[in-house]
Design a binder for this molecule. Structure first.
Ligand code: NAD
Length: 427
């Protein structure tokens, strides 16, 4: 099929490259020219395992990138909207839909000129009701055409994990197809025909709600086990044994039960806040969801509390921070637990030495010259009196980094703690 992808961030670029790998002709479009140039040079603008190779293989074959929306959408069978849906800047927790609006207006104008049936597919995470009440009216207004008669609309949420995005796109647990009508859904159903997984066909707003419910549930699991971990620690019980014990229950499962310094990333926080805002709009009081956020806000700062139990004053102390990305295998620092941790260290006048295998560029954009950037975990260890382990990259498992140091482990990275003044966050 001919596919256009609007917005080439984590979701858009992975979707584009994977669909090209599956043999479709894909044109991706973004408003940021540097990204487009990088993609056309086969240099991924983001770090994602396997993306490099896949991009090299497919670019100029059946994948291309452009800043011209017209070039991408005209003549394509399906367009995927993969633009960002960040929080509104007013602190309301609502979603800023300006990128969705501009993509819908742009596609609408092009649909005015097209003759063939086209399916506009929202892949971005949008609050329940958005595709029906915002995207479709804009498409109709700017194309002068009618949904389900002249063009179709689908909502196809994405569930990939950053770091494992290519694997997850190619091996989904399920595919959710929200459809304006059966004809539109059939086009996506055919596109995903080769995927051997359940394919759920639902209404547009059910598809939107599945995505929020999924992220809220996963965030809740992590907040939950963190809280149980805090209780376990004070009771002298190892929360990892407890998590293992409950995980064998098939109703619970082992995943997302690693107690630590909390969840981060571009999605959990914004999506839980968004569904809380939506709930309030429809007169619901989402007390559990509010607790999920509150528990996670407190968790990273436990690292500092534990550090201060060992080192009373942090003023002038050299504190190493290992890990800046919100999880391993990504360079993404959006809502990383490391941000409140480093801010608190700076507030306490500590000198911060930091290292991450992939996220240094992003860290420099956030902290500027407020912290010292090291080239390796060893350099951090050599400089620091105390070390906080915030991301569980494999290279941080090396015990020799920590011997003779005060270490607060936020991710259960260090197994053998002999010779280390060691404290686990929840164990
Ligand atoms: P991102 O911020 O990395 O990328 C969005 C891209 O869209 C940017 O490159 C931006 O320049 C581009 N853009 C904005 N407006 C545009 C326009 N009018 N035309 C063309 N390009 C435009 O975002 P992301 O992390 O890929 O997330 C995209 C959506 O997918 C969000 O709704 C997010 O919640 C959802 N999602 C993200 C993940 C994830 O792991 N990152 C997983 C599942 C779903």
């Amino acid at each position: 099929m001919q596919i256009s992808i609007i917005g080439v961030g984590y979701v858009g670029l992975v979707t584009a490259t994977c669909l090209a790998e599956l043999g479709h002709n894909v044109t991706c479009v973004d408003v940021v020219k540097e990204k487009i140039d990088e993609i056309n040079r086969a240099e991924p603008p983001i770090y994602e395992e396997g993306l490099d190779d896949l991009l090299k293989k497919n670019i100029k074959r059946n994948l291309k990138a452009t800043t011209d929306l017209n070039d991408a959408v005209m003549g394509s069978d399906i367009s995927f909207i993969c633009v960002g849906t960040p929080d509104k800047s007013d602190g309301s927790g609502g979603v800023d839909l300006k990128y969705i609006k501009s993509a819908a207006i742009g596609i609408g104008k092009i649909l005015q000129e097209t003759k063939d049936y086209h399916v506009v597919t929202v892949k971005s995470t949008v609050p329940p009701g958005t595709t029906d009440s915002l995207v479709i009216p804009l498409l109709e207004k700017y194309s002068g055409k009618k949904v389900d008669k002249d063009f179709g609309v689908c909502m196809n949420p994405e569930f990939l994990r950053e770091g494992k995005a290519i694997h997850d796109f190619m091996n989904p647990d399920r595919i959710v197809i929200g459809e304006s009508d059966e004809r539109a859904g059939n086009v996506l159903y055919e596109l995903y025909g080769g995927f051997n997984c359940p394919k759920l066909r639902v209404s547009l707003k059910t598809a939107e709600m599945i995505k929020y419910t999924s992220n809220a549930f996963l965030a809740m699991k992590v907040s939950f086990i963190g809280e149980m971990g805090n209780i376990c620690k004070n009771l002298g019980i190892d929360v990892y044994d407890v998590a293992n014990g409950i995980g064998y229950d098939s109703r619970i499962g082992h995943k997302f039960l690693r107690a630590g310094c909390g969840w981060g990333g571009s999605c959990f926080g914004k999506d839980v806040r968004a569904i809380i805002a939506k709930a309030r709009e429809v007169n619901c009081k989402p007390v559990l969801l509010e607790g999920v956020i509150k528990a996670n806000e407190k968790q990273p700062l436990r690292m500092i509390e534990l550090l201060k139990e060992k080192i009373k004053s942090l003023t002038g102390k050299k504190v190493g921070v290992l890990g800046l990305a919100f999880k391993p295998d990504t360079d993404d620092m959006r809502e990383s637990p490391v941000i409140p941790i480093i801010n608190e260290l700076l507030r306490e006048n500590a000198v911060v030495y930091a290292y991450d295998p992939k996220a240094m560029k992003n860290a420099k954009m956030i902290f500027g010259d407020k912290i010292k950037y090291m080239d390796s975990a060893k350099q951090v260890a050599d400089k620091s009196d105390a070390i906080l382990v915030v991301t569980d990259w494999d290279e941080f498992k090396d015990k020799s980094l920590y011997v003779g140091k005060v270490v607060i482990d936020g991710r259960r990275v260090i197994e053998d703690t002999k010779g280390i003044d060691y404290e686990g966050i929840c164990w």
